[in-house]
Write a protein that binds this ligand. Sequence first.
Ligand code: SDX
Length: 433
Amino acid sequence: MASSEVKTSTSTAHLTLSNKTIELPVLQGSLGPEAIDVSKLYSQTGMFTYDPGFTSTASTESAITYIDGDNGVLLHRGYPIEQLAERSSFVDICYLLLNGTLPTQAEKGDFFQRITRHTMVHDQVNRFFTGFRRDAHPMAIMVASVGALSAFYHDSTDITDPEQRLLASIRMIAKMPTLAAMAHKYSVGQPFVYPQNGLDYASNFLRMCFAVPAEEYRVSPVFSKALDRILMLHADHEQNASTSTVRLAGSSGANPFACIAAGIACLWGPAHGGANEAALKMLEEIGTPDRIPLFIEKAKDKNDPFRLMGFGHRVYKNYDPRARIMQQTAHEVLNALGASDDPLLEVARELEHAALKDGYFIEKKLYPNVDFYSGITLRAMGFPTSMFTVLFAVARTAGWVAQWNEMIKDPKQKIGRPRQLYVGEPARTLPLS
Ligand code: SDX
């Protein structure tokens, strides 16, 4: 539990205001920056802290994921993402994030067995889909269908019951691929493909997305391995916007399905999980390497809202370790397809090269993030661009449920309710006439 890791530092912070100086405790975690505990600031001073975007604010203690943005480090329960991506699997990471340790063979068998028992959705969920237009964005379908799951699974909505919390977590991990594949099938006018529980997690998802009743579907081992690695890379990432959304929704006591639906809605934004879809569209718009300087200049132009999608990060001021692994995965998939000369990969490489040499990107410490290369890989595997963020949501469900459970179990947990710096009208009287 995170609280066992929190110590009060020997140093304290002193805040001097016009008429007094107060002392604030400094908290020490097991890794990373110390934190000034301002939870009593308002009661002691009548003043708030002000931090739009939470650039300097720790919203919680957590023991799940640690990021060192300056050195490009990402640890899940202490294990570096590079080692996990190389030697474990997405189901291993689901277990690790939830439980704090990697599963033994027996534990993994039981855990995966539980997941496979919950891969189907209630048959009446299928009826939701007929209400959508065929050209509905699959993220819209995911927000709606995941939020609706609480209408079906009443035996896993009591958040005070650890067993029900675990059952809801297992259901979410198990059903997200099924719903994601259904959203894809609905958009291409093909029949839904039911899960096959003899397949591993990634293979099952590929088959539900791409099999058709008219013929046997053989899962490509290269694609299955690549997809499992992509899911691992996207599983969790500390207190990012969508995870913070899940935590805030959960802090009110909302049921787990509603909380995950809120996280999916937040992830959809192009500044967050929607960046993989936006990055691929940007590479397609650039089209050829000779147009790269034009787009670099647009990204640097303060008067132009254009940004290099898949570049920059609130925390990483160095290379996102996931981006390196994503780039390697892109090469593996394209080589397996005999498409290593994919023009978009050449544009991506040239664009990265040009940006990393440019003073603007160097000074602002802007590097490729996890979204920069993922789109090239997913497109090569046959996923439409609109499905890229859906895959991100499937993967991040592992982190969302782990962080949600950690929050519910935190004895210090209370409803999240930020304050504001009011800049509106002072009190005034409503005119009588
Ligand atoms: C994800 O939080 C997470 O952990 C997220 C994530 C996860 O796993 O959950 O890692 C997944 O969301 C990755 C990020 C995907 N988004 C994009 O690739 C969209 C493009 N990137 C930017 O929109 C931006 O970099 C953010 C949103 C990612 C970060 O924005 P910040 O931290 O708020 O930084 P900022 O907007 O204040 O930028 C600092 C400066 C600004 O210039 P100045 O105002 O200081 O002059 O850098 C500039 C920005 O204009 N800048 C960019 C840029 N990103 C930042 N300029 C051009 N292109 C970019 N991509």
